[in-house]
Design a protein around this ligand. Structure first.
Ligand code: ADP
Ligand code: MG
Length: 327
């Protein structure tokens, strides 16, 4: 079952934000410390992601793009066919099959950069020299141009951009060491500068979650029995009328998990009214062997082997932090 879960873990390209997610994760995997994201028309026209990561060697560019059997892509009118092949390790190939994708990259060992794009029904990869510093730029134009059914499902420019903005917030909270710039239709919308000190981190926290959250936030740092819990949680005075600031990461991955939510809520005991919500940005670290992530890729759920222990660690740890913060 574990293996099946891992195989099912592929992410779904359902909208521009899912493309941005895959590409930014690739940039982070490549060790980028700066990632620039340019979006036009909510991402339906352009998604351009540029990083200063390690780059892709010229002779691996084609491979990065053309992992799929080409005959399947030529007749594709529905994404389900691609998704059934499993998405992991296939992100670029899959995105490239539903858009006009150009990959430009340079490694530190190369004098010049190269651009690759897949062309025609057979998706043959063309290479040409380009100007680019060390790192990679992925340009995705006209997403779903060849899958009208999918394109029809795109919402307004504003809604799609909103999903991208929210996605970037989640990522930017978990990778404070990386700087991110987000533009929409040529206008700079977000600038998150790389943060290392606690003050810089709290500046980013305020930029993403708002000043009022920071004003009522307690910094948390707990460790017990192989579990680690760090981040920020609001005092009861900082409680919100919606669940709009609830960011929780398990081993660096954003999760929405009932067990964790329950543990956090219980830590407040009776100090939250039924119509009040806790606000938090929390990072849980556990031995990877103690947890199955990807229980469901879209739901961001997680399964702890020692669920009870994790629940009690979170609940009791936060409880004492809140008591301490009140005193
Ligand atoms: P996966 O990330 O699961 O390996 P992808 O299709 O997302 O699959 O990417 C294919 C490969 O292309 C990656 O394994 C990586 O080697 C390379 N790659 C993609 N994006 C970047 C990037 N921004 N910087 C460096 N290498 C990249
Ligand atoms: Mg990837």
């Amino acid at each position: 079952a574990r293996l099946a879960n891992q195989i099912a873990a592929g992410e779904v390209v359902e909208r521009p934000a899912s493309v941005v997610k895959e590409l930014v994760e690739n940039s982070l995997d490549a060790g980028a410390t700066r990632i620039d994201i340019d979006i036009d028309k909510g991402g339906s026209r352009t998604i351009r992601i540029r990083d200063n990561g390690c780059g892709i060697p010229k002779d691996e560019l084609s491979l990065a793009l053309s992992r799929h059997a080409t005959s399947k892509i030529a007749t594709l009118d529905d994404l389900e066919a691609i998704l059934s092949l499993g998405f992991r390790g296939e992100a670029l190939a899959s995105i490239s099959s539903v858009s006009r994708l150009t990959l430009t990259s340079r490694t530190v060992a190369q004098e010049e950069a190269w651009s690759a794009y897949a062309e025609g029904r057979d998706m043959e990869v063309q290479l040409k020299p380009a100007a680019h510093p060390v790192g990679t730029t992925l340009e995705v134009l006209d997403l779903f141009f060849n899958t009208p059914a999918r394109r029809k499902f795109l919402r307004t420019e504003k809604t799609e951009f909103g999903h991208i903005d929210e996605l970037l917030k989640r990522i930017a909270l978990s990778r404070m060491d990386v700087s991110f710039n987000l533009r929409h239709n040529g206008k700079m919308i977000r600038q998150y500068r790389a943060a290392t000190t606690q003050i810089q981190k709290e500046r980013r926290l305020a930029a993403i979650c708002g000043g009022p959250f920071l004003d009522h936030a307690l910094a948390v740092e707990l460790e017990h029995g192989g579990f680690k819990l760090t981040g920020w949680i609001c005092t009861p005075q900082g409680a919100r009328s919606q669940n709009d600031i609830q960011y929780c990461y398990v081993n660096g991955r954003m999760m929405k998990d009932k067990l964790i939510n329950h543990a956090i809520r219980q830590a407040y005991e009776t100090s939250l009214a039924p119509d009040q919500y806790a606000a938090y940005v929390l990072f849980i670290e556990v031995d990877p062997h103690q947890v199955d992530v990807n229980v469901h890729p879209a739901k961001h759920e997680v399964r702890f082997h020692q669920a009870r222990l994790v629940h009690d660690f979170i609940c009791q740890g936060l409880q004492s932090a809140l008591i301490e913060g009140a005193g």
